[in-house]
Design a protein around this ligand. Structure first.
Ligand SMILES: [Fe+2]
Length: 189
């Protein structure tokens, strides 16, 4: 995910706008999370209900499937997450409006015991996700997501299972990735 989130939307807390699938006994798979993200992204009324702010991201917490954590996020032009992981959760996201760019690493990084890591050449990936497009990712996924538009907002739906236990945030200079911060759920609850 994507902290710090600069503009809270208090009235949207605890919203449960999307029904869970019939079978909630099993942990949701990546496909389940992606299905949720894409179907929620297609909920025009829900997407339109998210307040947008030109100065920063806005968000609304959703009820994800199978006990997952889910968010609807608004991205003003030029906003982004910075590099981060998801604390061992897997997840999915889908664009509901606009165009998002994801840069990711096609390599599994060691999660503990390092502060600075030199990345191998050739592991960078980039994709654009336009409206209704999404992707699932595994528990070791490291990425950054941003809205490269100069003029238009983007909106997206994100789901994580288990709910994010923590996140690691990184800075990157060339091929050097540096662990900068560990964030905990109470910081973005
Ligand atoms: Fe993320």
């Amino acid at each position: 995910m994507f902290l710090p989130l600069p503009v809270p939307v208090p009235s949207a807390r605890h919203r449960s706008a999307v029904a869970s699938p019939a079978n909630t006994s099993a942990a949701p798979s990546g496909a389940d999370l992606l299905d949720f993200a894409r179907s929620t992204a297609a909920d025009v009324a829900l997407v339109a209900s998210l307040p947008l702010d030109p100065e920063g991201r806005t968000w609304m917490r959703l009820q994800g499937p199978g006990g997952s954590e889910a968010w609807l996020i608004g991205w003003p032009p030029g906003s982004g997450t910075g590099w981060h992981d998801h604390g061992g959760s897997h997840g999915a996201f889908a664009t509901a409006a606009g165009l998002l760019t994801e840069q990711s690493l096609a390599a599994q990084l060691p999660t503990e015991g390092w502060k600075v890591l030199e990345l191998a050449d050739g592991i960078d990936r980039e994709r654009q996700l336009s409206e209704s497009q999404g992707r699932a990712f595994g528990p070791h996924h490291v990425h950054q997501v941003f809205n490269a538009s100069r003029t238009g907002h983007a909106v997206s739906v994100h789901a994580y299972h288990p709910p994010l236990p923590m996140m690691r945030r990184y800075s990157r200079t060339g091929q050097v990735l540096r662990l900068e911060q560990v964030e905990w759920p109470q910081e973005w609850a």
